[in-house]
Design a protein around this ligand. Structure first.
Ligand code: C5P
Length: 212
């Protein structure tokens, strides 16, 4: 006879904020203080839609800050699998090619799962899967500076393309879709990863949920 799976459901924390807000830094800071527990970071960016059928000229014009750019159904399905302690094959995104690569990564479920991305609080189905929802709130000027640095160094972009994209889609979509999700957050974290008080509060709450 098979033994029923008695493991408690993993804890899911949603971490959102605009591009360059410091979501990843906050997520890493939480993980650093949760040593001893098994941890997984799931990035919404992995779920950008496949555009391999489209020519490059069309891919660069896509609005990557609109909810339709993401395959949110797949993300929800895979989180549900992880919550049942099942492995999933996560897509791998290529920012230089603006599409999914042909690789996937095998991901195993963990005790604590951070779901991180610009629109993770936008879809009510995603929010319903989260135990804690966090919005990282960082001034626009800091975010654009970070974005310029990152996109030039890591994503193969020119300064002009970053500026054009910021004005045409990144900024308007932030105000239309991302900033309004602040209302769903349990915690709004100003100054992202350097806000030690907020990180400590989050870690205490996560430990509380795990030990329940
Ligand atoms: O890591 P971050 O939250 O900044 O990632 C989201 C950003 O990535 C979005 O603001 C989007 O404009 C950008 N992006 C891009 N090109 C792609 C896919 C996403 O510039 N091909």
């Amino acid at each position: 006879m098979s033994t029923p799976n008695k493991r408690p459901r993993p804890v899911v924390i949603g971490v959102t904020g605009g591009s360059g807000s410091g979501k990843t830094t906050v997520s890493h800071a939480i993980f650093d203080q949760l040593q001893g527990h098994s941890l997984l970071m799931l990035e919404e960016d992995s779920y950008y839609r496949d555009q391999s059928e489209k020519p490059m000229a069309e891919r660069v014009k896509t609005n990557y800050d609109h909810p339709d750019a993401f395959d949110t159904d797949l993300m929800i399905e895979q989180i549900k699998q992880l919550l049942e302690w099942k492995n999933v094959e996560i897509p791998v995104y290529d920012y230089t090619e603006h599409t999914r690569s042909d690789k996937t990564v095998l991901v195993e479920p963990k005790e604590v799962i951070i779901v991180e991305g610009i629109l993770v609080l936008n879809d009510p189905r995603l929010r319903d899967l989260m135990d804690i929802k966090v919005f990282v709130d960082t001034d626009d000027d800091i975010r654009i500076i970070r974005r310029i640095q990152r996109d030039l160094e890591e994503r193969g972009r020119s300064l002009q393309s970053v500026i054009d994209q910021y004005q045409s889609t990144v900024k308007p979509m932030y105000h239309q879709f991302i900033e309004p999700t602040k209302r769903y957050a349990d915690l709004i974290v100003p100054e992202g990863g350097s806000n030690q008080v907020a990180i400590d509060l989050l870690v205490t709450k996560i430990r509380d949920i795990i030990s329940d």
